[in-house]
Write a new protein. Sequence first.
Length: 476
Amino acid sequence: MSTEFIFPSLQHPEAISSFVEACRDLLGDRVSTSPEDRLKAGKDWWPRAWLWDARGKVLSFPDVVVWPESTEEVVALVRLASQHRIPITPRGGGSGVLGGAVPVRGGVVMDLTRMRRIRELHEEDLLVTVEAGILGITLEEELNRQGFTCGHIPQSLALSTVGGWIAARSIGEFSTKYGPIEGMVAGLEVVLPWGEIWRTRVAPRTATGPGLMDLFVGAEGTLGIITAATLRIRRLPEMRRMRSFTFPDLAKGITAVREMIQRGVLPAVCRLYDEMEAAYRFSSVVRKGGPLLLLLFEGESRLVLAEDSVGTEICLDHGAQETGEEPMQHWLKTRFDVSEVEALLKQGAVLDTIEVAATYSRILPLYDAVVGAIQAVPGTVVAFGHFSHFYPDGACLYVSLAGFPGEDREGYHQRCWEAAMHACLARGGTISHHHGIGLQKAPWLGQELGEGLEILRRIKRAIDPHELFNPGKFGV
């Protein structure tokens, strides 16, 4: 029985054979055509792929995997791929959850994880220059050892790379204080589709025309391959203070956080859980019902004490009850634990998370619409949400869903996404806050961007006319 590929390779065997031979001349044994390596490189953590796996389907099967160790080798590989017209899919840790690193036309997967050096730490400027394949946990631990922090702590910290963060426009769980990845990027080194290197000038700000660097932040490798980045860093905090509060209702919790942020109080961690998710995740440490707010303040001690005082006062003014440090400590201890997810998947569950965002005037209607839409899909057992990233003008809503739809797991998964995306767009939200677009969200991108999608298509055609860099993404 032949294997069913969701995205089969579209490359001519003779072109691949010639390309592989040229790659081996360049990289030696850092080139693989083994089925094991190709299967691993053919998918990321997209939940749809897990469903296909369960039915014996293969998501994609690239023709070859390569592991460059320098920017110069990336340049040489790009030139070879251009010469042979072979698509390139750059890959970091493969921790994305939307199919952004899936090679939909076969070709070569360029695994950048051997490009993992810290090139330079600029202590006076609070900047660090690193190669794109360095794991987040490796970078953070080395910075901590020297008295600094990146401040970018996504749940995938141990699996994701700096290049992946930038390519997918990532955000960390401490973002309310430290900001998103695009605010941390001070400079990039990018290999362009025509095989040249572009290194940006590092400055605190520049007004030399449009922000060209932003073309590559969030582009998921479709316009260039990020090989190194200069990031803004911080000194390690002197003090931490933890708080938690329950609120009479979600609206009061949102109002309290909005007031805090708009008054300049910036917790490093600020997470507001709806009543259902609070009961599910914190029943062992919180006895009171209602939406739960977790706060972690960190930084210079006098500033931390001031923010803690003002933040607490605001919460109490909006009817909150204090629930101590234990819920915040519980979250810190358990936030990377996915053992429960694995157990539910073995029982036949369909699981996923959907993150959207909106301004404060729209965020509660958005919450009601998105959570309600998923709950209405037949087969859904639970859908609940929390708000995990806050700004002066709005917040991110992170919805978790679990369903037991029987045999039609793929159809159920798609119906949940359709319901959530339509509800989000109808309420004026954005369909992606920090996971990017990949393959999962691409069908709705045009509805959000409007004519902006045609702008993306024209940029893609101008920069990558042969459509070799991560083709098939963004609908361009």
